[in-house]
Design a protein around this ligand. Structure first.
Ligand SMILES: Cc1ncc(COP(=O)(O)O)c(C=O)c1O
Length: 279
């Protein structure tokens, strides 16, 4: 596989990153993941806009979007599948370890690759997945898409150890999001998800789902919801670039609704229709 590293396409076996890279030492970097449908990047501009916000959030000087786009397109040219994922990571570069930022002339490390991606099977979507709730012990700048994902990793591992698909974070009794996805409920016919605050990642898929729901005149509420409200919801589903829209049919061992949701499945159809029609 070829990867893009600091302006060059190189074989993955030749790609080396210094142990002094601040991404490695401090998780001092940000990332994006972009879904490729029919060999086209889905919602590229939105991903690039969020990346720039994340870069501003960690005070990393502007990285040229055109250069990133060119690099991503070159990788896409070499990719021989139809569906895949682009991973893009930018760190504050290489400098002898010291907490303070290095001088301004230290170049960021820019790394990208594309790997094939398999969406969830129709069977998984129909059955839905199970999740647990966990305390949201992450920092207060969750809106930055930082590579520092240890709380998410630990929560996901806890879920897997308990034999369920994912963990859902709860802060002050209110549900924020999952370890790598946003979360929606349908309650009395109203689609509800956490508002964009410091405490969630403003998901691109979340935005697209809200647009699709508005197009369908579905009532929407952008108010936080409690764990109890989630237990009583007609539907619960996760949204994300790799997740797309994934029904949740069990939370903390409690069955949600009566079947893998009509709303989530119809929104997933609409999402895929949009993804394949723009590509
Ligand atoms: C913590 C978290 N929330 C939400 C999302 C969903 O964001 P998006 O739809 O942009 O993939 C992700 C995606 O990686 C995530 O890591």
């Amino acid at each position: 596989m070829m990867v893009y590293l600091n302006g060059k396409l190189i074989d993955e076996t030749a790609a080396c990153i210094s142990f002094d890279d601040r991404g490695f030492l401090f998780a001092d970097g940000v990332y994006e993941v972009v879904h490729i449908y029919s060999r086209q990047f889905f919602e590229w501009d939105r991903h690039m806009a969020r990346l720039q916000r994340s870069l501003e959030g960690i005070y990393l000087p502007h990285v040229d979007n055109d250069e990133l786009t060119q690099g991503a397109l070159t990788l896409l040219d070499r990719f021989d599948g139809d569906e895949g994922m682009l991973y893009l990571q930018i760190t504050r570069g290489v400098h002898p370890r010291s907490h303070a930022f290095p001088p301004q002339d230290v170049a960021p490390t820019i790394l990208m690759w594309i790997r094939p991606h398999q969406s969830f099977s129709a069977e998984t979507i129909q059955q839905g997945v199970s999740v647990i709730t966990v305390a949201d012990d992450r920092w207060a700048k969750v809106w930055i898409k930082t590579i520092g994902l240890l709380p998410n990793v630990l929560a996901k591992e806890k879920a897997h150890k308990l034999g369920v698909f994912d963990a859902v974070f709860v802060r002050d009794g209110m549900v924020t999001e999952a370890t790598s996805a946003n979360i929606f409920i349908v309650r009395q016919g109203v689609l509800q998800t956490h508002p964009v605050t410091n405490y969630i990642l403003p998901g691109i898929t979340r935005e697209v789902v809200l647009e699709l729901a508005r197009d369908r005149q579905m009532p929407i509420s952008l108010e936080p919801f409690s764990v109890e409200e989630m237990y009583l919801a007609e539907e619960v589903f996760l949204t994300g670039t790799t997740t797309e829209i994934l029904p949740v049919t069990q939370v903390d061992n409690k069955r949600i609704g009566t079947q893998a949701g009509g709303v989530s499945v119809s929104l997933l159809e609409a999402l895929r229709q949009r993804a394949y029609s723009v590509s």
